[in-house]
Design a protein. Sequence first.
Length: 323
Amino acid sequence: MNIDMIRAAARRLEGHARRTPLLNSSFIDDIAGRRIWIKPECLQHTGSFKFRGGWSALSAMDAATRSKGVIAFSSGNHAQGVALAARMHDAPAVIIMPADSPALKIANTRAYGAEVVLYDRENEDRDEIGARLSAERGLTLIKPFDEPEVIAGQGTCGLEIAQQAAARGIKNADVIVCCGGGGLTSGIALALEAGAPTLRVRPAEPEGFDDVARSLRSGGIERNNRISGNICDAIITPQPGDLTFPIMKRLAGPGLVITEDEALQAMGHAFNRLKLVAEPGGAAALAAALFRKDEIEGDDVIVTISGGNVDAPMFARALETLS
């Protein structure tokens, strides 16, 4: 994994992915006690940054391999990113999703033309299901984060952050990233190392599922005791990736851990002040900036809103925090 792969992915994504802006709100600055710059990947195709990685992976395949189809497993955002990228490449896609994924994510993945296979994440092994279907149908697996071309695609977000920060005169800042397995975090870290080395990536995770933060503290890969049971479903993974963790260990600052209530409050503030729709996991970085201010230094902080695919009842819960 290197910056050349990220730059190559950026060239393939040009004209296909959205270049999302870097936004600011004085109201949110007042809450945080510093300037908060928001990179809203909730405005990306399919409502999350995952389209970048999906397109990068599919566009890097040779035509013969791609025409046989791809397979992915995801709670929803990687599913949608791969599904749309596959449809745009006229390639079949099979997506393995937990049965308890948000209904909106399941419906959208099907709407993008993918075949959805549901499984029980507590009692069934998605890797076994994926391996079996891949062998039966000749499909190519696109992993959600521990895949070089996926990391490269996510890293294009970091290239944009580096350019946008420079344009605003932001020279020293933490870049807080909503983190599951580490694909976005490691990709952005590599991009910033090359293009903005004074900006430091820091992962944000929900409490009880802070495997990356614990791994960074211990120096080795730590595993979560549970694999479900938190509203931040988009960033819940068993453990950091074998490819992503060494990158994060080398380049990332200490992890930040937020509560479910803080994620909901961050969602409410994002909508109220910037009219952005964030899902709980996609609001983790903003929650960290707002509610872990004593763990952050500097006048500027950049955060990702990594996704906005939220069901109406959950979004209503977030809006209730404003009352």
